[in-house]
Design a protein around this ligand. Structure first.
Ligand SMILES: C[S@@+](CC[C@H](N)C(=O)[O-])C[C@H]1O[C@@H](n2cnc3c(N)ncnc32)[C@H](O)[C@@H]1O
Length: 127
């Protein structure tokens, strides 16, 4: 796409590899391990920066994930990647998120020693 040619970007990328969207599509970002996924998000943010017109908005819907019962703040890592690329952060919108794939399993598990993630973010960036 040409430089400075897009009026609005709304992206909802995979949450790294917590849900896999394909088995053998090479370009599928959901097949990547976390580090490689973040590298791709870095390239993605640079492309967004290149194609977005000045004074226009780029919004990214993304959430945190849990690994081995601990939070991996994927949302904030991606937010930082966009800021490092040069975007200004206009808004952080919190979106409630219930009934995820594992919610019923963990909500019934009395031995759970963590809260369920029940929100995700819409980061709104501007050049
Ligand atoms: C969290 S889901 C978002 C789904 C979206 N909200 C929708 O309603 O279609 C992430 C999506 O990104 C897609 N995806 C994965 N790698 C991609 C890539 N390299 N380019 C474009 N889309 C990709 C997946 O197939 C999946 O549909």
């Amino acid at each position: 796409m040409p430089d400075n040619s897009v009026d609005f970007i709304f992206a909802h990328p995979p949450y790294a590899n917590i849900i896999k969207y394909s088995k053998d599509i090479k370009e599928d970002l959901s097949r990547l391990e976390l580090e490689e996924f973040l590298d791709q998000m870095n390239l993605f943010s640079k492309e967004c920066f290149r194609i977005l017109k000045e004074d226009k908005y780029c919004a990214v819907l993304i959430g945190d994930i849990r690994k081995n019962k601990n939070v991996f703040p994927l949302g904030f890592y991606i937010m930082n990647i966009f800021i490092q690329t040069g975007f200004t952060l206009k808004e952080i919108i919190i979106k409630e998120q219930h009934n995820c794939k594992r919610t019923s399993y963990w909500s019934q598990n009395v031995n759970r020693d963590f809260y369920l993630l029940a929100h995700e973010y819409i980061f709104v960036f501007k050049i």
